[in-house]
Design a protein around this ligand. Structure first.
Ligand code: IMP
Length: 212
């Protein structure tokens, strides 16, 4: 059982897609969330060797700068045929202009160049870190496996959603409503997205439903 979270926290992200998902996830727990972007906090360099290390770097920096508990996610898409790329570099493959159509086209090009036969297996990982100003840390990870599909389909979500079809589904994340992708089922069954799955683990350890 982890330390319980209550009151106001900082969400250590400048990514509006991720911020929206995290706010939705935290709302049922009565947590008031401000973002690092809204507070004008600097973005630390993500120099960690894996997703968990990068999440910790972001949460630590925000907790110290804002003197509030801070919540950070580091995530990405790992493609088997590309040895796990883009992985830690998922955001960077989209360049400064955050052009995910170009990033998805690059994945398609590079996968085809390997000669690997479809289905092209891939997974998203989300590492979550919660850091309190006194240095206490809670960390969890979530993962969703699926296939890549080209051309990308759908306009929902963000990033690589349109080219990823989670196992057990015909539609891509880009074709799913937000609630279907990252909702946390009330009956306690496993959520779909990597971030929602990581969140379920974190909620179990550190969050109590509002009014409980
Ligand atoms: P970071 O976690 O901010 O370093 O960025 C991770 C990158 O991975 C994002 O910019 C997206 O490109 C990609 N990514 C992470 N989670 C998702 C998701 O749920 N859907 C689509 N792309 C994602």
């Amino acid at each position: 059982m982890g330390r319980k979270l209550a009151g106001k926290i900082v969400i250590a992200t400048h990514n509006s897609g991720k911020l929206r998902e995290m706010r939705d996830l935290l709302a049922p727990y009565g947590i008031e969330a401000v973002s690092a972007g809204e507070l004008g906090l600097a973005e630390p360099d993500e120099t960690g060797a894996d997703f968990a290390a990068n999440a910790l770097i972001k949460a630590r920096a925000a907790a110290q700068a804002a003197d509030l508990p801070a919540f950070a996610d580091d995530s990405g898409l790992c493609v088997d045929a590309l040895g796990g790329a883009p992985g830690l570099f998922s955001a960077r493959w989209a360049g400064d202009s955050r052009d995910f159509n170009a990033a998805m086209a690059r994945i398609e090009r590079e996968v085809l160049a390997t000669g690997a036969a479809a289905p092209w297996r891939a997974h998203f990982i989300s590492a979550l870190a919660l850091v309190w100003p006194d240095g206490h840390i809670e960390q969890v990870e979530g993962r969703v496996d699926g296939d890549l599909t080209f051309p990308p389909r759908g306009t929902s979500g963000f990033g690589y959603d349109p080219c990823f079809r989670p196992d057990g589904h015909r539609r891509t994340f880009g074709e799913m409503a937000a609630e279907e992708k990252h909702g946390v089922p009330a009956d306690g069954s496993l959520a779909l997205s990597h971030r929602a799955r990581a969140f379920q683990a974190l909620a179990k350890a550190c969050l109590a439903p509002s009014g409980a």
